[in-house]
Design a protein around this ligand. Sequence first.
Ligand code: G1P
Length: 289
Amino acid sequence: MKPLRKAVLPVAGLGTRVLPATKSIPKEMLPIVDRPAVQYVVDEAREAGIEHIVFVTGRAKSAIEDYFDRAFELETILRGKGKQDVLDALAKVLPEPGTMSFVRQQAPLGLGHAIWCARDIIGDEPFAVLLPDVLIQGKPGCLRQMVEVYEDKGGNIIAVDEVPREDVGQYGVIDPKTQDGRIIEMRGMVEKPDIEDAPSNLKITGRYILQPEVLGLLENQETGAGGEVQLTDAMARLMKSQPFFALQYEGADFDCGNRLGYLRAITHYALKHETLGERARMMFEEALK
Ligand code: G1P
């Protein structure tokens, strides 16, 4: 079994559900308390042992690349002012040289197409996919929990979670066969089903560990839900020839791609913040009076 070293973060999406906030900044750079959303996802990947991150970007997304680079002018000014604590905070989020790649998805053809755009950098290795719209609070992080299952079982692993029945049409949904604790074997999966056709209320949450063969399937994947090339459809095909497991992870997920989900993420992360949490709680209580 090849070790899991690489992760793909698809960040080409336009963020239309949070406009106008995202008109001139990528949605992945919206702050959650004191860090951009993408930082939480990169931290989750690093905690799970990921060494190299491939961002699939698009036009108007260069702020993400700049965020993970040195900022010499800023650093010079901060040094001149003796702001060592801020410099230390900046140094902490700087990746090791050569541990991030950026490829462009030139047209919005779907999540499956975005992942396929990373194929040359992924090569012949298993890889993780983390959708940066989705933040997951978990201890250990969701991908770390998945890696533990992967090291035991191999194959492909996706994170799933229950959603209210009326929401299944917004997600990829699995068709469960058998369950052993938190690990589920599946018959199949379907992207954005009609409520009456949904095989369960277990949604695919946006964390995946996949074998490289899925990239070959994406190469000739027909368009599916929404007229887009869907990762779910390629995984459903891969499932016929490889072991595939779903993990009901422990933790809470927040969809920052919509306004209420974003707000929910901010309140939860503020309350859990190591230095601001207590004062945030007092502020929320005050605001509710
Ligand atoms: C994507 C996936 C879907 C998954 C969802 C999680 O959908 O295609 O299977 O359930 O993310 O947020 P999207 O939100 O891009 O429409």
